[in-house]
Ligand binder design. Structure first.
Ligand SMILES: C[S@@+](CC[C@H](N)C(=O)[O-])C[C@H]1O[C@@H](n2cnc3c(N)ncnc32)[C@H](O)[C@@H]1O
Length: 265
């Protein structure tokens, strides 16, 4: 097994375990979701627009809430993820809700071999590229799976956020993609006290790497925006400054916390 495959297996085990804690969490509010709430947030909804009748490939879909929110909006959705448990759960909710999304367990780099065809939209959000070592290979997957004229729509946490230690007191990691970041953390973002202590492997990707990789893959930038809040309360030391918008306590409004982009093939 290559070093990269070893790292992916570490993360696959981690996300299988996380999924067990996430599905019933307040954070993901499954009850509200089953009743019809969308899990999608304003930044990506603004870029997605009307998706009725569009084919969408949702990369790293976790246990499928966003994919199924898109299916409820009338899109024909395929969600992919490395986690067996997340994909199994997504398939179950899809069936329970009588929706017609397709879910495939696959690591993102293998998606071209595992999923047939090309899509109107490739979508990803909040915590995607940090699990991948090579941004260019991600960008090539996106480009390969898009129809000519199709759009890549992406909402992601800001690379500056990943430079900091967990309390956001000081920089602790390279801004640039210098090395795998291997850690063993307690809990998960839906519950910091959860009984999980497992290894994880991540990578930081600077804006230069993100944008140039997508451009080199043949995409053209149509929209790019940075935000001073996170639409998920997944970081430590946060304060909800308005409904569904979290900033870092003591640095309210000072930090870039996420970005969104739309690119066309
Ligand atoms: C933070 S979640 C994405 C957030 C998602 N928008 C949600 O609904 O919460 C990250 C996802 O990436 C997946 N993942 C991690 N490494 C991966 C890889 N190499 N290939 C595909 N999926 C991967 C995990 O299993 C997890 O479901």
């Amino acid at each position: 097994m290559s070093k990269e495959q070893e790292y992916f297996e570490v993360n696959r085990a981690l996300w299988n375990e996380k999924t067990k804690h996430h599905t019933g969490s307040e954070f993901y509010d499954m009850e509200g979701f089953l009743k019809g709430n969308t899990s999608l947030k304003e930044p990506e909804l603004d870029l997605l627009g009307d998706v009725k009748g569009k084919s969408i490939l949702h990369l790293q879909c976790h246990f499928g809430q966003d994919s199924l929110s898109l299916a409820r909006m009338g899109a024909k959705v395929t969600g992919t993820d490395i986690s067996d448990d997340a994909i199994a759960y997504a398939k179950k909710i899809n069936e329970d809700l009588g929706l017609d999304a397709t879910f495939v367990r696959a690591d993102t780099y293998s998606v071209p071999q595992e999923v047939e065809g090309q899509f109107d939209i490739v979508f990803g959000s909040y915590g995607v590229i940090g699990w991948l070592p090579d941004m260019q290979r991600f960008a090539d997957v996106v480009a390969k799976k898009l129809k000519k004229g199709g759009r890549f729509i992406f909402a992601e946490f800001h690379p500056v956020m990943w430079m900091y230690d967990y309390d956001f007191k000081q920089p602790a990691f390279y801004y640039f993609n210098r090395e795998p970041i291997i850690e063993e953390l307690q809990g998960t973002y839906t519950d910091r006290e959860a009984d999980i202590k497992m290894k994880e492997v991540g990578w930081n990707h600077s804006f230069g790497e993100v944008l140039q990789s997508l451009i080199d893959a043949g995409l053209t930038l149509e929209h790019f925006n940075e935000f001073d809040y996170a639409p998920y309360n997944c970081f430590s030391n946060t304060v909800e400054v308005s409904a569904g918008k979290w900033q870092l306590k003591g640095m309210e409004g000072m930090m870039p916390m996420m970005y969104s982009l739309k690119m066309v093939k």
